[in-house]
Design a protein around this ligand. Structure first.
Ligand code: AMP
Ligand code: MG
Length: 396
C-alpha cells in the first residue's frame, strides 16, 4: 500500500499536459499559456503624459514663470508642430508629448488665466512623462509558456492586440457514480435509496479546477451496467468513478476496469478518509476510483485528482498553498495513517489558527461546509493538543 506522498507521486508522474488550442482572449482567463509571448511593440507606445497639465520646456521654468498658452492636446489626439520656447500646451493624461516639450507640469501646480498659465514650481526635464518602452520593450518576452492567465496577464495580452491566445486544453473528465442505492436529484425518495450527490459534487470540483465534467450518470452494482458506462467514460481525458471500490460483495469497479485493460497502479492508500482509493491507467489515460462516502470522494478528489487535472492543463503549481497553523484545541488521531482533518481556519496577527470544522466521521457532510482547510496529519502522529503546529492546505 503506497503512502499518501507515494500515491500522489505515482499519479503526478503518470499524467502529462494536454494539447494546445487557441481561444478567444476572454476564455483564456484561469487557463495556462502554451507558448512564449513577446511584446510586439514598445509599451508605452510613445512618450506620453502621466498627468493632466501643461507640456513645456523645462528650461523655461527654473522658478515661478508665466507662459503663453499655445494649444490644447486631449488624449486620442497628437501634435506635429513644435512647442515653442516660452509657451505651454495644455495636455490631458495619456496624450503623446508634443515635439519640443520635455516636461509636464500638473494642473495642481499651475494657475491658468486668459491665454496664459502661471507655473508655480521649478521643473526638471522628464517630469511626469511616461517614456516609450519604459514598461515593456519590443521583443521582450514578458509572458512565458506556463503562465497562469489572470486579469493582469489578460491586460498585457490585450494591450499587445491579441484576440486569440494559445492555451492548454481543458481536461474533459467523465464522472460515474456507482451503486444500486442511488437516485438522481429530483427523483422521489423511497426506502433504502439515497440521492447521488457525488456526481454533482465531483463535477463541481472539476469545474472549479477548470476542467469540463462529462456526466455519465449512475452505473448499478453489476458488471454489465458498469462495463457499459466505463467504456463510455474511457473516451474522456480522465475517468473518475465513485463508490464500489472497497472490499464489499457488490464492489466490482476495479474488476471491470481491469477487464477493460485499465492497469491498476495502486489500490488502497495509507490515508483516512479515502483508504480504498484506486488509480490506474489505460494507454496513459488516468482512471481514478474514489470511495463512495461523499466526504471521502471530495477529499480524495482534492488531494489526488485536482493536482493531476491541473498538471494536465499545464498549471505550473498544482498543489494548494500549504501553511503552518496552530491548533486551537486538541484533535484525536491514531497513528498508522495520514489523516485529513477538515478544519476551520482563522488568521490572527498574521498567524494561522485552526480548529476542527466538526465531526470528522466521513458520513458527515456538514463538516465540509465549515471547512476552509485540510490539516494533513502525518502517519506517525498520535493525538494532538492545543498549541501543536500542523500543516494545512488552504482551500479558499
Ligand atoms: P461504497 O463505497 O459503495 O461502499 O459506498 C460507501 C458509502 O457512500 C455508502 O454509504 C453509499 O451509500 C455512499 N455513496 C455511494 N455513492 C454515493 C453517491 N454517488 N452519492 C452519495 N453517496 C454515495
Ligand atoms: Mg456501493
Amino acid at each position: 500500500m503506497p503512502t499518501f506522498e507515494e500515491a500522489r507521486k505515482i499519479i503526478l508522474d503518470s499524467v502529462v499536459s494536454l494539447g494546445v488550442e487557441k481561444v478567444e482572449i476572454l476564455s483564456a482567463v484561469g487557463r495556462v499559456l502554451a507558448e512564449d509571448i513577446s511584446a510586439p511593440w514598445d509599451m508605452p507606445l510613445w512618450d506620453n503624459t502621466a498627468m493632466d497639465g501643461y507640456a513645456l520646456h523645462a528650461a523655461d521654468c527654473p522658478e515661478t514663470v508665466t507662459l503663453k498658452l499655445a494649444g490644447f492636446l486631449p488624449a486620442g489626439d497628437h501634435m506635429t508642430a513644435e512647442v515653442e520656447r516660452g509657451t505651454a500646451v495644455k495636455i490631458m493624461t495619456g496624450a503623446p508629448i508634443p515635439p519640443g516639450a520635455d516636461a509636464i507640469v500638473p494642473y495642481e501646480e499651475t494657475e491658468e488665466k486668459d491665454d496664459h498659465v502661471c507655473i508655480k514650481v521649478a521643473v526638471k526635464p522628464g517630469d511626469h512623462i511616461r517614456f516609450k518602452g519604459e514598461d515593456v520593450k519590443t521583443g521582450e518576452m514578458v509572458l512565458p509558456a506556463g503562465t497562469l492567465l489572470r486579469p493582469s496577464e489578460i491586460s498585457m495580452l490585450a494591450s499587445f492586440g491579441k484576440v486569440f491566445v494559445p492555451v492548454h486544453r481543458r481536461v474533459r473528465v467523465a464522472i460515474l457514480s456507482t451503486g444500486d442505492e442511488l437516485l438522481e436529484p429530483g427523483e422521489a425518495l423511497v426506502p433504502g435509496k439515497i440521492i447521488n450527490s457525488n456526481s454533482l459534487a465531483l463535477a463541481a470540483a472539476v469545474k472549479q479546477a477548470g476542467g469540463i465534467p462529462v456526466m455519465l450518470g449512475i452505473a448499478r452494482d453489476n458488471r454489465e451496467s458498469l462495463r457499459e458506462k466505463l467504456i463510455e467514460g474511457l473516451m474522456a481525458d480522465v475517468l473518475i468513478t465513485s463508490a464500489g471500490v472497497s472490499a464489499g460483495d457488490c464492489d466490482y469497479v476495479r474488476d471491470v476496469l481491469s477487464e477493460l485493460m485499465v492497469i491498476q497502479a495502486f489500490w488502497k492508500v495509507d490515508i483516512k478518509p479515502g483508504r480504498p482509493t484506486a488509480f490506474g491507467l489505460r494507454d496513459g489515460k488516468p482512471v481514478f476510483s474514489l470511495p463512495g462516502n461523499p466526504v471521502s470522494s471530495l477529499l480524495t478528489f482534492e488531494e489526488f485528482v485536482r493536482p493531476a487535472l491541473l498538471k494536465m492543463m499545464g498549471h505550473p503549481r498544482v498543489l494548494r498553498p500549504m501553511v503552518k497553523a496552530t491548533l486551537k484545541e486538541g484533535i484525536r488521531k491514531k497513528t498508522g495513517r495520514v489523516n485529513f482533518i477538515r478544519v476551520a481556519v482563522e488568521q490572527e496577527n498574521g498567524e494561522f489558527f485552526v480548529k476542527s470544522a466538526g465531526k470528522q466521521d466521513t458520513g458527515f457532510l456538514k463538516t465540509l461546509l465549515l471547512a476552509d482547510g485540510i490539516a494533513v496529519i502525518p502517519v506517525g502522529q498520535g493525538d494532538l493538543k492545543a498549541g501543536d503546529r500542523v500543516d494545512v492546505h488552504l482551500l479558499n
